[in-house]
Design a protein around this ligand. Structure first.
Ligand code: AMP
Length: 589
């Protein structure tokens, strides 16, 4: 890529330079460039250099910050240095709390490491053991695993960790919340003490610090949570977020745009690939969108900007790098197609609207798993981002009619309708005048924007309720304990025992109380729990006992012999779009 140019303020840094300067080898720099990453995110800038030096890292960062690349790129490089293609042994190990994350992280490692010739395998519960065994036998460089299944393999001697050079504990706080502490200790004991370790967690709770002090050596602390918003007057900006699944994002964006009817909008994406794809998709949906990213020549950029300023295009789809230093007076709307990787980036983007006392709207499209990042932003900016529902088909129709009505009123007051009166008069001989008018309104309404109308609703994802407290305190067991109403302790105690002999604990006929870390505030109803347990774990719904739903957690009584199986299955599934934290209820023990 050649970016550069004579002293104008939109000069783009060479993307490769950013990653190269962190010390990454050309193969990995090429891999991220091919993915359209224009510059490292904050966490990458801070974590990659020490990890490449072989230092341990203790990182505090949420999903969506670019954390995966922050540990995956150095891991690939470190193990790549000592790779021997004839003998593939596990040199990199990444532990994650859930199946979903194992798949995601493995996919990311695969993408970053493809050119580098690294083989990666996700292993998680619920997946056929046979398939994992075959892959492990063929030789694997990096394993991405959930703790339970990793331990199963270690015990069967199908996973050998004696040569691990680098270990990553990702979302360590989640792993602890899910009751994996003992499993983690057991797995860590299988690895050489000389290995390098990176631990990432959204919080630095005492339990995390304890693990870090036991298993990390003089770690470099990296945190991206504490960024301060730029000082200054609070702009008059309405800040909203919509939480939808990734696959519904474009449709959701289109709907929101249709409702908002913005005059000028910048849509921010993370990568150039996303910018190009989104521009094309929006174009296909009838929006006049133009792409702006670091891959364009100066001349192309100038043209795009000219068209945007002239109003020839209504949407500018851009990466942060490309938009930096752009000379745009004011836009009515800023859209974050993804939650920005840091509060700083958010403030920067949103600062493009609400300028000079004018009103603006900042819209963020988030996936449920990114809610923490939204909270971090609220926390850092001390501003509220209200989570709203995606407009429904009904809302859209109502809005469109409203716009049509406004246009008709304009025509009626403007006069000059003589040429059309004849048509109405001739039709009025045969039809009711009101019907004639209604038909004309219908025609105008249908032709209003030429965009295809949709009749499918877009599901809103639910996120944990906000209650003004910092993100972490509003979830999980700790919180539940604080708000738990006193309950009679009954005699049905689950034996805790060693997690190692998991599986068939619990005697026949015994009832075990399970703690499920989702409750009323997450919209959970008894039917959700029965459904998940009956359908996913194959337990007869008649065998499920009392269900007690509190604000932030639920207690479900299940047959003792099925308890471990249910816990395992629940941990791999989602309820109301959210990952499930499940364990035996400690109060019952
Ligand atoms: P993560 O926090 O690891 O889940 O990453 C969130 C998203 O950001 C993923 O879709 C990544 O592909 C993307 N991403 C990571 N690093 C960068 C970067 N430097 N530039 C643009 N996008 C990135």
């Amino acid at each position: 890529m050649t970016e550069s140019t004579s002293g104008d303020s939109t000069t783009q840094p060479d993307s490769a330079l950013g990653f190269t300067a962190l010390g990454l080898v050309p193969e990995l720099v090429a891999a991220v460039a091919a993915l359209g990453y224009e510059e490292p995110t904050d966490i990458q800038r801070e974590a990659i250099p020490p990890l490449l030096e072989g230092r341990d890292v203790l990182g505090q960062a949420a999903t969506g910050t670019g954390k995966t690349a922050a540990f995956a790129l150095p891991l690939l490089q470190r193990i790549g240095e000592s790779r021997n293609d004839d003998e593939r042994i596990v040199r990199g190990m990444i532990l994650v709390p859930t199946r979903e994350l194992a798949m995601q992280v493995a996919e990311a490692v695969h993408r970053y490491g493809r050119e580098y010739g690294i083989r990666v395998l996700p292993i998680y519960g619920g997946q056929a053991m046979q398939q994992q065994l075959r892959s492990l036998k063929r030789g694997i460089d990096v394993v991405v695993a959930t703790p339970g299944r990793a331990l199963d393999h270690i015990r069967r001697h199908t996973l050998r960790l004696a040569d691990v050079k680098m270990l990553v504990l990702d979302e360590a706080d989640e792993m602890l919340d899910m009751g994996f502490a003992e499993d983690l200790e057991a797995i860590l004991a299988e690895m050489p003490a000389s290995r390098q370790t990176a631990l990432f967690s959204a919080t630095m709770a005492p339990a995390i610090r304890a693990i870090a002090s036991r298993h990390l050596t003089e770690p470099v602390r990296v945190t991206i949570e504490r960024e301060q918003a730029a000082p200054g007057e609070a702009p008059r900006v309405r800040e909203v977020a919509y939480v939808v699944q990734r696959r519904h994002k474009v449709a959701a964006l289109a709907r929101v745009l249709d409702m908002e009817a913005p005059t000028s909008t910048i849509v921010f994406c993370r990568t150039r690939t996303e910018v190009d794809e989104l521009t094309e998709t929006l174009g296909g949906r009838g929006y006049r969108a133009e792409a702006l990213h670091g891959g364009l020549s100066q001349e192309q950029r100038d043209r795009v900007m000219r068209r945007f300023r002239d109003g020839a295009s209504e949407l500018l789809v851009a990466t942060d790098v490309a938009a930096r230093g752009l000379d745009i007076e004011h836009v009515s709307h800023v859209v974050n197609f993804d939650v920005p990787s840091s509060p700083d980036a958010y403030v920067h983007r949103v600062g493009r609207t609400g300028r000079a006392g004018r009103e603006g709207v900042a819209i963020t499209l988030a996936e449920a798993r990114e809610h923490r990042l939204l909270r971090n932003i609220e926390h850092a900016t001390k501003r509220k981002i209200s989570i709203e529902s995606v407009p429904t088909v009904f809302d859209l129709r109502a809005r469109r009619i409203e716009l049509t009505r406004a246009s008709l009123e304009e025509l009626l007051t403007g006069g000059e309708l003589d040429a059309y009166r004849g048509v109405v008069e001739s039709l009025a001989d045969e039809y009711d005048v009101l019907d004639v008018a209604a038909a004309a309104v219908k025609m105008a309404d249908q032709a209003a924007d030429g965009r295809p109308s949709e009749d499918e609703e877009i599901p809103n994802e639910t996120v944990p309720r906000r209650d003004g407290r910092p993100p972490r305190e509003s979830r999980g067991g700790r919180d539940a304990r604080e708000t738990r109403e006193p309950r009679a302790r009954r005699g049905d105690r689950g034996d805790r025992g060693d997690r190692g002999d998991r599986g068939d604990r619990g005697e026949r006929g015994e009832i075990v109380r399970l703690f499920v870390g989702l409750g009323r505030k997450a919209g959970v109803r008894p039917g959700d729990l029965v459904g998940a347990i009956a359908n996913e774990a194959g337990v007869d719904s008649r065998d499920i006992g009392a269900i007690d739903i509190a604000d932030r957690f639920s207690i479900v009584e299940v047959p003792g012999e099925a308890a471990e199986h249910i816990i395992r299955v629940l941990r791999g599934t989602t309820i109301r779009g959210k990952r499930v934290l499940a364990r035996r209820d400690r109060d019952a023990e």
